[in-house]
Write a protein that binds this ligand. Structure first.
Ligand code: BG6
Length: 483
């Protein structure tokens, strides 16, 4: 169903995220018929472009999608405009306000796809020029700050202009199809919930592996590192979706209340235990997808940095459902493959009747693959078919979304942008969630900063430092491999 006409203003409109993700996502939704022609998309950045210059940039970014659908591309580009503006100067803002004011009935969305340092200036000017009208929404890209204090400041400053109900803190992992499917799987089936606790689940693993290196993002990434870039937000959100209690409904606050309780129940990792529970790494030169690639330090200007490009850690949730169940998290750049998955490993059967049989009993595992090849696998023990006695085998019940549904899944941003227009914040982080996540992540960062240990080196194209393997093997477990 098409959404109501909207004006979407993208601050940081010429940036990597806007060009690579947001505008293509909007084009796909346009082609799908969900964006009405009365809508407008206005890019804002400091570059001195005009509307046509920006449209050319968007056309290039759409690439093949644009050449395959030339008419639709032209129609889509006709919705797009551009305004050069500096968030820190008043120049040009009057004209911009007049432009936005031309369609008073459109839903207004201000998408801040800029460095968080600019959020405050942008919001202040949006307020000053009267652009925040009752139904306006503001979207904040992660990271919200770099620690609890800076996140609080951003939230306070933005909060002076936009109410919490107007504020959409985006975490695009929540828009991924499989993450949503986790809700359906957990709460739409009677099968899993009775087993979904410490009595039956041995441990959970969450892996988000990337083959990409630093790319053009040195300025941002070297100040952030993997814990701030991936763990504090995406990975904790995934953990929450696995671990939360059943919400009473899918209403935004019912879901977010339950996630918040999980974040608050995470056991602290700090100076006392960070050395045992966390491993951080930094890639050295190696090979990625068949190509030699430089090390992290070689990609930086100064060549010196103790920023981690890899993290593995063992988290625990101190509540009745999860007491004693480790949640092993790992993420990194320049790993051997791009794969994101959640593995829920169940406890073994209490008694084996298969003494003397060929083949061992293995753990049941539920594997949710976020990307690539979205799908769900349930690993079961079965009898190997055929005569010759009872031989046990471990095989997956395998559901691939592409095979089952035959369509490409929409990108996370496609869903989330339209959710903002619809005014549905369920899949967005509430202020208290962001704060609780920082409250847990902060002491880990502090412990690392206080130790004199640099991150452990790993070769680009490997699965991270060997200490990450030791982290899980010390507990008699291994990282899941899909075979
Ligand atoms: C972003 C991080 O939030 O997520 C990037 O800043 C990372 O460093 C990206 O590459 C991964 O997203 P996806 O959807 O490609 O897994």
């Amino acid at each position: 169903l098409p959404v109501d006409p909207f004006d979407l203003v993208i601050f940081g409109g010429t940036g990597d995220l806007a060009v690579r993700k947001l505008l293509p996502a909007l084009f796909h939704r346009y082609v799908a018929g969900q964006i009405r022609p009365a809508s407008r998309i206005i890019g804002v950045a400091r570059e001195p472009l005009d509307d046509d210059g920006y449209r050319g940039m968007v056309r290039d970014a759409l690439g093949k999608a644009a050449t395959d659908l030339p008419q639709q591309c032209d129609d889509f580009l006709a919705l797009i405009g551009y305004r050069p503006l500096d968030a820190r100067k008043d120049e040009g803002w009057d004209g911009f306000a007049a432009l936005v004011g031309e369609r008073p009935d459109n839903i207004r969305v201000f998408y801040l796809s800029t460095s968080p340092e600019l959020f405050v200036d942008i919001c202040e000017r949006l307020g000053k020029y009267g652009l925040n009208q009752g139904a306006s929404r503001v979207v904040l890209e992660k990271p919200i700050g770099r620690d609890l204090a800076s996140a609080n400041k951003i939230n306070d400053d933005v909060g002076r202009v936009f109410a919490e109900s107007q504020t959409y803190r985006i975490d695009h992992y929540l828009g991924k199809e499989t993450v949503q499917n986790l809700l359906a799987l957990r709460f739409g089936n009677a099968l899993f919930e009775p087993l979904w606790n410490a009595s039956h689940i041995d441990h959970v693993q969450i892996t988000v592996a990337e083959t990409l290196g630093l790319g053009r993002r040195a300025g941002y990434y070297d100040r952030a590192g993997a814990l701030r870039d991936m763990v504090q937000n995406h990975m904790l959100q995934l953990l929450c979706m696995v671990a939360m209690e059943p919400p009473a409904s899918l209403s935004p606050d019912a879901v977010r209340d339950e996630k918040l309780k999980v974040l608050r129940a995470l056991k602290p990792i700090d100076g006392d235990n960070a050395a045992q529970l966390t491993v951080r790494g930094q890639y050295r030169a190696g090979a990625s997808e068949g190509q030699s690639v430089p090390g992290y330090l070689d990609e930086l200007d100064g060549g010196k940095s103790s920023t981690e490009t890899f993290v593995a850690l063992k988290a625990e949730i101190g509540n009745w459902r999860w007491a004693g169940v480790p949640f092993y998290l790992r993420t990194g750049k320049r790993l051997p493959e791009r794969v994101s998955e959640i593995v829920v490993a169940f406890k073994p059967v209490p008694h084996s009747i298969f003494e003397g049989s060929v083949g061992a009993l293995a753990q049941n595992k539920l594997v949710l693959r976020l990307q690539p090849d979205e799908g769900v696998k349930l690993w079961l023990t079965i009898k190997d078919p055929g005569p010759g006695g009872l031989r046990l085998r471990h095989v997956p019940l395998d559901m691939s979304f592409a095979e089952a549904f035959g369509v490409q899944q929409p990108d996370a941003y496609e869903r989330l942008i339209l959710d903002v227009v619809r005014g549905n914040p369920t899949l967005f982080m509430r202020r208290d969630e962001v704060e609780a996540a920082w409250r847990w992540a902060g002491p880990i960062l502090a412990a690392w900063a206080a130790s004199n240990e640099p991150p452990r080196p790993y070769t680009a194209g490997s699965w991270g430092p060997s200490a990450a393997v030791a982290l899980i093997e010390r507990d008699g477990r291994t990282w899941h491999e899909d075979n």
